[in-house]
Design a protein around this ligand. Sequence first.
Ligand code: NAI
Ligand code: MG
Length: 351
Amino acid sequence: MKARIVTLPGDGVGPEVLDAAVAVLEAVAERSGHSFEFESHLIGGCAIDATGEPLPAATLEACKKADAVLLGAVGGPKWSDPQAKVRPEQGLLAIRAALGVYANLRPLQVHPALASLSPLKNEKLKHVDVLFVRELTGGAYFGAKTRTTDTATDECKYTVAEVERVTRRAFALARERRQHVTSVDKANVLETSRLWRSTVTRIATEYPDVKLEHQLVDSMAMLLLTQPARYDVIVTENLFGDILTDEAAALAGSLGLLPSASLGEGTVGLYEPIHGSAPDIAGQGVANPLGAILSAAMLLRHSLDLDVEATTIEAAVSHVLSNGPHSRDIGGKAGTAAIRDAVIAALDDVA
Ligand code: NAI
Ligand code: MG
């Protein structure tokens, strides 16, 4: 197959980890006979420097025409003045909205070789295999904002249709996994959460084979630490999802390891590691590229329907985690390029 992939390296370590992910995709293409065409565009701080806009029109246009988009990270101290009118993160929110990618998928597993890096005891981490589905284009992040000298508001708004579509996505994914959905809200306090809960409960009846459980977000924050292995698919709104997924990421041992996919309905998928631009290590060639490489695997699975190739990349990553080399964030000494090369070499071992 032929596919056109737009890459948005962004800022900080973004370009370093994306280079590695593209190299792995090229190696997969070579081995499988597929042809991937890459086209790189600006987003975030580097786009602000070059054009004044965090999401230039040319970038958005290219993304809309692509089969999939692979993004590094945006932001950094250079652009983080809170008074600034234009900020790199606006580019990220704008592209998610423009592509209509309302469902953010974040899988979490804890590799046995890394369990010792996790703040939790080893036995709690056995069998952890969670898929977060975070609503990505609604809620407080996109609501009206007001500000006077001494008052600020952020409107949190959800429509039934917005909740329905992300819920259906979560249930469909659960069907392919362990048939269990946990919906997280704050229905004892928030009106948006009451709408969320009643909508999820109704949609669940379309999936009688999938079990539904509701949790309040505060108790979910605790349960993720005390019983992480109990959960299969966790679906929640934008703000709660942002917070819970970072909490869950800590269980895996390093932010550098975790991928994400943001999907809409028949639109272009957006794939990115969950970490930020890591300005403290940018430019040193030491960033862990595995989150970006696993995001590339998700791209193959969800946008190009190349499940076998995706699974091969995931197996190669697992092989490298078991056998080394390891990057600094997970206690090793290897740089980004060495990890990239080890994953590519492992593609042949696991095939
Ligand atoms: P961060 O994820 O960039 O870094 C947090 C810590 O994790 C740092 O110590 C960093 O060195 C380490 N780390 C992150 N990725 C790593 C990797 N691949 N390999 C090894 N170590 C890694 O989060 P932070 O420091 O809160 O934010 C830095 C900048 O990134 C800010 O400007 C923030 O706004 C932006 N950001 C961007 C995101 C995105 O583009 N999706 C997401 C989160 C933050
Ligand atoms: Mg976040």
